[in-house]
Design a protein. Structure first.
Length: 388
């Protein structure tokens, strides 16, 4: 399945990208980190023990080696899951998206894509290519099964075929957070022109799927006459909660994203005083107070902005020392990402802040002139108010 983060939506002041805790990097594909969570080792052990009786049936007398063979099968199975996720990642890259990582975990895999699809066609193809890849792997395994003699390899191919066909078909179920939910979202989005409506419809599809999953033990007993085991109950609870919470989160994020276009940088900007870098701090503060400026920017002799004066640093400087301290001593240098266009708004604004966390940003007009200073605290406040 894929995961498209909302470009910082809901966390405008978050820190930069970092590897999730509890993950191990095992390599990369097309420049994308491949991570494995600690939960993968648990599911690998469960797969190893569950397939051991079948291995013993085909190759009796292996002893403890049957569990080693089971572990090898678990690795091969997750390599096919990796192919599923890699197809999402490569398709996303073809559409121009940055892919942060591919993570293999207890329930399969996740591809973390930076940004949301801009068109229904992008959403559709990024989502559908994963299940199609799994179905193709499963079909290829079915074909090769008929060509192989009895033995461990045939058992592995048998399991690989069944697992991939199941993964491919189940992922096409039209409900978020499954790939089929994103396919449904793309179809509704394309028909209505409203991405939010597509997410809401697909989210309800995910919730309905979650309810069906939770009711599966009853169906299993009443329809198929097979009494459910404790493991069956635990499995449907885990899957049901996963589907319900994933669908609910997607619906909440969609509602938030629909409000983001109203989040504009220009109205939030603080009036700014520009002063030469060698101006005494006391003088800069006096001038700022005279014109009721909420921020101070240092500039070169040619007027090029070089830094934003830190309000916290100013307050920490005793008043008696301010006449002897150059304003540049309490200014943060304007590094890459700290200068934003005054017209930036909505999701682009949240993305810019998430990628380069800072307390303040310089807003400039198209001609390069200083428009004002944007405080992250002001963006946070406006964002919270948009959620109310």
């Amino acid at each position: 399945m894929t995961q498209t983060p909302p470009s910082g939506a809901g966390q405008p002041a978050s820190s930069g990208q970092s590897r999730p805790p509890g993950t191990i990097r095992i390599g990369s594909i097309a420049g994308i980190d491949v991570l494995v969570t600690s939960s993968w080792f648990l599911i690998a052990a469960l797969i190893s023990f569950s397939i051991a009786p079948r291995i013993e049936q085909v190759e009796p007398g292996l002893g403890v080696l049957k569990y080693v063979a089971g572990l090898v099968f678990a690795i091969v199975l997750y390599l096919s899951v990796l192919m599923h996720e890699a197809s999402h990642a490569v398709m996303a890259q073809r559409f121009g998206f940055n892919v942060n990582s591919i993570t293999l975990h207890f329930l399969g895999g996740m591809t973390e894509i930076d940004g949301a699809a801009r068109k229904p066609r992008q959403e559709f193809w990024i989502a559908v290519v994963g299940p199609l890849t799994s179905i193709a792997v499963g079909a290829a395994a079915v074909g090769s099964w008929f060509l192989l003699p009895e033995g461990l390899v045939r058992v592995a191919i048998e399991g690989l075929a069944g697992a991939n066909l199941l993964i491919g078909v189940l992922n096409l179920v039209p409900g978020l957070p499954l790939d089929g939910g994103r396919v449904l979202k793309a179809l509704v989005w394309g028909a209505t022109g409203d991405a939010t409506k597509g997410t809401i419809v697909a989210g309800w599809g995910g919730r309905i799927t979650a309810v069906v999953v939770l009711g599966w033990p009853l169906i299993q007993r009443e329809v198929f006459g097979v009494p459910p085991t404790l493991f069956d109950y635990l499995l449907v609870i885990v899957l049901g909660l996963f589907l319900w919470t994933g669908a609910t989160a997607a619906m909440s994020q969609a509602r938030l994203r629909s409000r983001l276009p109203h989040l504009l940088a220009r109205p939030l900007a603080r009036r700014t005083l520009a002063v030469p870098e060698d101006t005494p701090l006391a003088e800069a503060v006096r001038r700022a107070q005279e014109i009721d400026a909420g921020s101070i920017v240092t500039v070169t002799s040619s007027g090029r902005p070089t830094g934003i004066v830190s309000e916290a640093a100013v307050l920490a400087t005793p008043a008696e020392r301010r006449p002897w301290v150059a304003v540049s001593a309490v200014a943060r240098t304007l590094e890459d990402g700290l200068t934003l266009p005054a017209t930036i708004a909505g999701e682009d604004l949240i993305t810019a802040i998430s990628r380069r966390p800072a307390e303040e940003y310089l807003l400039v007009e198209e001609d390069g002139s200083v428009m004002g200073v944007l405080s992250t605290a002001d963006v946070d406040k406006a964002f919270r108010e948009s959620r109310a």
